[in-house]
Design a protein around this ligand. Structure first.
Ligand code: GMT
Length: 313
């Protein structure tokens, strides 16, 4: 098939899942066209049957807010016509599924262009709940030709809150176990923790929903009992406050912030435990990545997390 994929090409889990899915589909013989505003970070465009189409948004001075949704719809329709796409698969409802719906309408004289929407979490639980987006999110879901959600919890939430009656299929997040695998020798661990020290790791976009400050508090508590260090991977609005809190709690020498990283599996597999104290998490891709690397996850019992992290207590 010829498939168009749209996602946020950043460090978020939805973009990672979309990229990995596209790569797998290409390896299985499908032609995959990424239609995004930047090259997805894990996309290797040298792989056969992978194509990348950038969405450019012109910023005319009249626009206080450049209409990305329209530029995306227009690009989707162009790519669909030029490359004879069979379908669009959009990750994260807002605004991708509305753009896909417009592209479907724009191309209807020349082709049938169904679109699948994959709901990832905050598009439903946070952004979509905002009154300014609620109606359009519900409409775009109902207009989708197929809907998937990344956990049973997210499906339930979508049905309950949005009153959506279309079938929503659950397809859990996944990882490539060739990439995410344990390293029994833990090569490189000495860079982050000495012998006899435990290494905790946190990996996120450092938004408030991730409760990044709790990771610092956890380290301070753990250090009352055992020698431990914390590796903070990622970046976002809570990084500054977390660095400040580490100073206040006197653990600043035991926390290392390494910022956004490619190839996170190389860091995850060095750790003893992954911390995921999120306030809300529709799945928790980082937990799955950690467990695939042989690293247990301690997370909050919220959203879809219990669907993958099974409590031992
Ligand atoms: O967690 C975020 O803020 C990023 C967000 C995204 O869209 O990239 O993550 C969501 O999608 C991930 C991939 O499907 C899920 O593993 C995360 O649990 C989900 N985040 C939340 O529900 C908070």
């Amino acid at each position: 098939m010829r498939i168009g994929i749209t996602c946020y090409p950043t460090y978020g889990g939805s973009g990672i899942v979309a990229t990995e899915l596209g790569l797998e589909l290409a390896m299985r013989g499908h032609d995959v066209h990424f239609i995004t505003y930047a090259n997805p970070i894990r996309l290797d465009a040298t792989i056969p049957r992978i194509h990348y189409h950038e969405v450019e948004v012109s910023n005319y001075p009249l626009f206080q807010y450049p209409p990305y949704c329209l530029a995306l719809a227009s690009r989707m329709a162009d790519v669909a016509d030029s490359y004879k796409l069979d379908l669009l698969h959009v990750h994260y409802a807002i605004p991708h599924s509305i753009s896909a719906m417009l592209a479907r309408q724009m191309t209807q004289k020349t082709r049938r262009l169904p679109f699948i929407t994959t709901l990832h979490g905050t598009d439903i639980t946070l952004v979509g709940m905002d009154p300014s987006y609620f109606g359009i999110t519900k409409f775009s879901i109902e207009e989708s030709d197929g809907i998937t959600a990344i956990s049973h919890d997210l499906r339930r939430h979508t049905e309950e809150v949005f009153g959506v009656e279309n079938e929503i299929r659950v397809i859990h997040n996944f990882v490539n176990c060739d990439t995410y695998a344990p390293d029994p020798e833990r090569r490189g661990r000495a860079r982050f923790a000495a012998d006899g020290e435990k290494l905790l790791i946190h990996l996120s976009n450092f938004r408030p929903v991730k409760r990044v400050l709790d990771c610092i508090r956890i380290l301070a508590e753990v250090r009352k009992q055992t020698n431990a260090r914390l590796l903070m991977v990622g970046d976002g609005p809570e990084r500054g406050p977390a660095e400040h809190l580490a100073g206040q709690l006197g653990v600043q020498d035991y926390v290392e912030f390494v910022g956004k990283q490619n190839g996170v599996e190389r860091l995850i597999r060095l750790a003893d435990v992954l911390l995921m104290p999120s306030e809300m998490e529709s799945f928790g891709l980082a937990a799955l990545e950690a467990m695939a690397c042989g690293v247990p996850c301690v997370g909050t019992r919220v959203g879809g997390v219990p669907e993958l992290v099974v409590s031992r207590s």
